[in-house]
Design a binder for this molecule. Structure first.
Ligand code: HEC
Length: 169
């Protein structure tokens, strides 16, 4: 009896520690701004007061240029900026009709790793990609990563990457 309870308790603690490890398996890609390529920058399409600058590492870019599947080790970074606002709080547009960058708000990351998708249900699975988000100084932010997963999951045709066509340009 005691043995069984112990086994159950042990099983639970293993499950909890795996869940925590999974949430933190992407580490902050500290050298992205010098080592990665800024392949696209745009006014965010689903947020009306943000701008995003997108970076990808060499592994992802090379595969995209060759037209092959993005391999494990691919990393894509989105620098999310607030848009500049006027004194009434309206988003400022430049003479090009584009938003203007204000403060860096967060750094969103997608990374692909061996077997990373296996534990997810279909609606949250992004192949073997997973997600993380950090503050501008590289601290992990506590956000619901399932929100990231469920919005990117339907994009099967473009390997769960919204900006896929721009990667291999
Ligand atoms: C409601 C949908 C939605 C949610 C939720 C979402 N994203 Fe995205 N993501 C997008 C769209 C759309 C883009 C294309 C660029 C843009 O407009 O921001 C994008 C782009 C990205 C990119 C650049 C690669 C690509 O797919 O083009 C990364 C990295 C990224 N998101 C990470 C995250 C992370 C991390 C989270 C959760 C903290 C997240 N996303 C939540 C819709 C979403």
């Amino acid at each position: 009896m005691i043995g069984k309870m112990f086994a159950v308790a042990l099983g639970l603690s293993v499950a909890v520690s795996i869940a925590i490890a999974d949430e933190e398996r992407i580490s902050f890609p500290a050298d992205y701004s010098t080592k990665f390529d800024n392949y696209l920058s745009l006014d965010r399409v689903q947020n009306d007061d943000q701008i995003i600058r997108l970076f990808a590492n060499e592994i992802a870019l090379r595969a995209a240029k060759e037209g092959s599947e993005l391999p494990n080790g691919s990393v894509i970074v989105g620098e999310v900026y607030k848009s500049k606002k006027d004194k009434d709080g309206n988003v400022v547009e430049s003479s090009l009709g584009r938003r203007v960058r204000d403060k860096l708000a967060a750094i969103a990351v997608m990374e692909k790793g061996e077997g990373w998708g296996a534990a997810f249900s279909e609606d949250l699975r992004n192949g073997d990609w997973d997600f993380a988000i950090f503050s501008p100084d590289g601290k992990r932010l506590k956000k619901d990563l399932n929100a990231c997963r469920s919005c990117h999951a339907p994009l099967k045709e473009t390997q769960h990457v919204f900006s896929f066509e721009h990667l291999g340009k």
